[in-house]
Design a protein around this ligand. Sequence first.
Ligand code: MG
Length: 159
Amino acid sequence: MRIGLGHDTHRLVEGRPLILGGVRLEHRRGLLGHSDADVVLHALTDALLGAAGWGDIGDAFPDTDPAYRDCDSSRFVREAAARLRQAGWRVVNVDIVIFAEEPRLGPVKEEIRANLARLLEISPDSVNVKAKTGEKVGHIGRAEAIGCQVVALIDDQRP
Ligand code: MG
């Protein structure tokens, strides 16, 4: 078994949709970035790649590539998970912390969990989603950004 750690932060700005864990949320601001700037999917991708020792999301999916401009970040998770499966790895579980002062994520945590389980092709029991505010301090607490941390455990399925 091996573990991987992922982290990401994006700035909250006017005029962008807010998408977290592949779920579109109703909010007056969204995250700025080259792709759809989904911090949850980016941190998850990094955790998966890290567990396998495959560098980071920037190595795998360069943000200089126009193919990824405004793209749905679900493809990063799906592709990373597919590469793991092809190499003989199984995702055992992932644990996720989303750092956001706004909007409140309690009502959407289960929807995000179900969506991530679908993308990873694992049971929702194996995906845990937590939400934390920034207690009004720092870039998270001032609602200037949303961040995410993920740990992923993978298991070698090769005989
Ligand atoms: Mg990112």
